[in-house]
Design a protein around this ligand. Structure first.
Ligand code: ADP
Length: 371
């Protein structure tokens, strides 16, 4: 596919080269202060200072004490959605079109910009007031997938989308509230699938926009029943790309497809539950809600410290079972850690930066998928 290869060369910024091609890429994105925060906080310096040209972040713990960290990329509060997408997500999307699984995931405290980064609909909001430039990773990824597969003259493609929300130990189908969804790992291929979730075929951008709106409606209905569920649940968009060689024209059903999956994950808020002042029953519930993030942290720590041969506790939560191929598996993975600018965010920003530092050490073994 020469079209794909040309795009790949000009757009991917695989700074690490081939040597650490499978390492998880980690970026930090600093959210700008809102007008109200600027009014309250005056010109107080951001607690997180960014030096994008050095891919460096400095956490100002006090006037005398600061911690500095390096990442693959660091985005200042002024960075555009397009730039974040091109740097972090496009190389993963291109990998998916070449036959690798891929994951783009946002982590961070509630209110730091995860949903803005991943799910912003820009001009496609239902009230139509937004701006194209605000479109997030989900829309840009599917737009790229549709365009690049249409341009590829050597193959036919089928694109299908599943859209799910993970809350405590349940996976809900955001495209059909009646469905029970499970997660399964194929014992032979290690391929992760989500039996029970609606598989919606996508041929055009309009198909995909309908899917996102349907998902949004179901999410609102589901979350009305649960207290602050939207910041407490993870959303997972799974895009499956099947590639059929052109020679097989007319015989699509019998041809072997190359199949790869892109997961776009907007995680629940990473803030500690004690902050919300929960007690008794509520606290127990809050702990259970955060369990999946705790398990994800454990998996990433173990992978970072002991490598992929160690026992990784994926089975301890639904979320980590879903992400098994993304961390310590065969996928190309990019993680965007979102942080807030205010001093009161110091401790949460600090833990998010540490989470990102550990994720930097996770090595996946990239593998082409075949069906
Ligand atoms: P989260 O998903 O992490 O809870 P949101 O994406 O909902 O956070 O962001 C919280 C608020 O901050 C929203 O009003 C969002 O529009 C705004 N915001 C977040 N990141 C940015 C950014 N990079 N530029 C402008 N506004 C942002």
């Amino acid at each position: 596919s020469s079209a794909l290869r040309t795009r790949h060369k000009t757009t991917s910024r695989d700074a690490g080269g081939e040597k650490d091609a499978g390492r998880v890429r980690v970026a930090i994105r600093l959210r700008p202060k809102t007008p109200q925060e600027r009014a309250e906080d005056g010109d107080a310096a951001s607690v997180v200072e960014v030096v994008p040209e050095m891919s460096r972040v400095v956490l100002r713990k006090s006037q005398w004490e600061a911690d500095a960290y390096n990442f693959d990329s660091v985005f200042a509060e002024t960075s555009s959605q397009a730039r974040v997408y091109e740097t972090l997500a496009r190389p993963v999307v291109e990998g998916v079109l070449e036959g690798f699984n891929g994951t783009v995931m946002a982590y961070g405290q509630t209110g730091t910009g995860k949903t803005h980064t991943m799910g912003n609909l820009g001009d496609l909001t239902t009230n139509g007031k937004g701006d194209t430039a605000d479109r997030g990773v989900m829309l840009r990824a599917v737009d790229d997938i549709i365009n690049l597969t249409t341009d590829d003259e050597t193959a036919n493609f089928k694109i299908a989308v599943q859209y799910m929300q993970v809350y405590m130990s349940a996976i809900k189908d955001l495209l059909d509230a009646n469905n029970e969804v499970d997660v399964r790992e194929d014992p032979k291929t290690n391929e992760i699938s989500f039996p029970g979730a609606t598989n919606a075929e996508v041929k055009t951008m309009n198909d995909f926009i309908d899917i996102l709106h349907r998902g949004e409606e179901n999410r609102i209905v589901a979350n009305q029943k649960l207290n602050s569920a939207s910041s407490r649940s993870h959303s997972v968009l799974a895009i499956t790309v099947r590639r059929y060689p052109k020679e097989a024209k007319g015989g699509l059903a019998s041809a072997t497809a190359r199949i790869s999956k892109l997961l776009i994950v907007d995680l629940a808020g990473s803030e500690r539950v004690t902050k919300s002042g929960s007690e008794g029953q509520l606290l127990e519930e809050a702990k259970a809600i955060n369990l999946s993030l705790t398990v994800l942290g454990k998996c990433i720590n173990t992978l970072a410290e002991s490598g992929n041969g160690a026992h990784i506790p994926y089975r301890e939560s639904k979320l980590t079972r879903m992400l098994r191929d993304s961390f310590g598996g065969s996928a190309k993975t990019s993680l965007i850690v979102c942080v807030g600018p205010l001093r009161k965010h110091l401790s949460e920003s600090g833990s998010s930066l540490l989470f990102g530092q550990r994720a930097l050490k996770v090595e996946n073994a990239l593998k082409l998928r075949e069906e």
